[in-house]
Design a protein around this ligand. Structure first.
Ligand code: ADP
Length: 321
């Protein structure tokens, strides 16, 4: 049996009275992609910072091991095995991409010749050869992220933490990044990925944990998580707030999205079900701007698990009317 790449039991972190991580268990087998999914402020970055030894967990935490080493006792050994990229980018904009890479190689004490070889290989692999001699500040968002990952790979880490690696990237750069992540895993690297994007977790992760309010609300494969949701739903969107409120009262079992003026109603998507919803809207004298039918996907799971109450779907539906 190999060691899990990451094994954390009862991970806790508070700032003063604010509990950020409230007893989180994480187990990531070697060579897999694990995605920590959660809305803004859920505690994802805090978890990454702790697991990558940048900050300490609360003493009340259970045992935490990364790369087979105890986090409290052997942080240096862990640092030698991991790479971290994402929100705290290491790219220096004033120097060129190539210089950033060579600097990283020097920090890892690679002999000059090896540093130049690894730099050339990685610039090629991440499609940065043409830009190599330009200041990194002139790079696009996607190029900076690629350079950031390339710099992380100079140290040949076995575990890579990617904190929201595609936030703010255009769709093409996002797909490029996904391809890079897949190739890393093919090479045997373990990837710990945080994201706000369900599609990203769905595309990449072997296992997904949904973090909400400092606790794991659900954990499993994408398919397992989708099975938590009994059926699909209909989403009805309004532009008129008055119509939105009337519809929310007229329909039973709706989940409200007050910001988007949209209602979600559990539905199997059959003609009968849709007609009944439309009849009720009609009787209430309201007209929707848009009606879409959804089969269950990770969005539903996320919505159900992080939509105010961290519990199983039935308890999260706000019943109005
Ligand atoms: P996420 O990455 O999921 O968006 P974070 O881990 O960045 O969430 O933050 C989780 C919560 O912890 C937020 O409410 C944030 O304000 C709080 N937090 C993070 N770092 C600190 C800190 N150094 N001091 C106080 N509160 C913090």
């Amino acid at each position: 049996m190999t060691n899990p790449a990451i094994a954390a039991n009862g991970l806790r972190k508070s700032y003063g009275d604010k509990v950020v991580l409230d007893g989180v268990d994480l187990h990531v087998p070697e060579g897999t992609v694990f995605s920590l999914l959660g809305p803004n402020g859920a505690g994802k970055t805090t978890a990454v910072k702790i697991l990558s030894t940048l900050i300490s967990p609360d003493p009340a935490s259970g045992e935490i091991r990364v790369g087979g080493h105890d986090l409290a006792a052997e942080p240096q050994a862990i640092r030698a095995k991991i790479g971290v990229t994402g929100q705290f980018s290491a790219v220096d904009g004033l120097i060129t991409g190539e210089e950033n890479m060579l600097l990283m190689a020097a920090l890892h004490h690679l002999p000059k010749r090896d540093g130049r070889r690894v730099t050339a290989e990685l610039l090629e692999r991440f499609d940065l050869v043409d830009a190599a001699k330009k200041p990194a500040s002139t790079y696009s968002g996607g190029m900076k992220r690629r350079l950031d990952i390339a710099m992380t790979l100079v140290g040949d880490p076995r575990i890579i933490f990617l904190d929201e690696p595609t936030t703010g990237l255009d769709p093409r750069s996002r797909h490029n990044m996904w391809q890079i992540i897949r190739e890393l895993v093919t090479g045997g690297v373990t990837v710990f990925l945080t994201t706000q994007y369900l599609e990203e977790a769905d595309q990449l992760a072997d296992r997904i944990a949904v973090l909400n309010d400092g606790r794991i609300a659900a954990q499993g494969t994408s398919e397992e998580l989708k099975r938590l949701i009994p059926g699909g739903h209909v989403r009805i969107r309004f532009s008129d707030p008055t119509a939105y409120r009337s519809a929310a009262s007229a329909l039973r079992e709706v989940t409200r999205d007050d910001e988007a003026l949209a209602l979600q109603i559990p539905s199997d998507g059959t003609q009968r079900d849709l007609r009944s919803i439309l009849d009720r809207l009609h009787s209430a004298g309201v007209e929707a701007d848009e009606l879409t039918v959804h089969t269950p996907d990770l969005d539903d799971v996320f919505f159900a698990l992080t939509g105010g109450t961290a519990a199983v779907p039935d308890q999260t539906k706000e019943v109005v009317g």
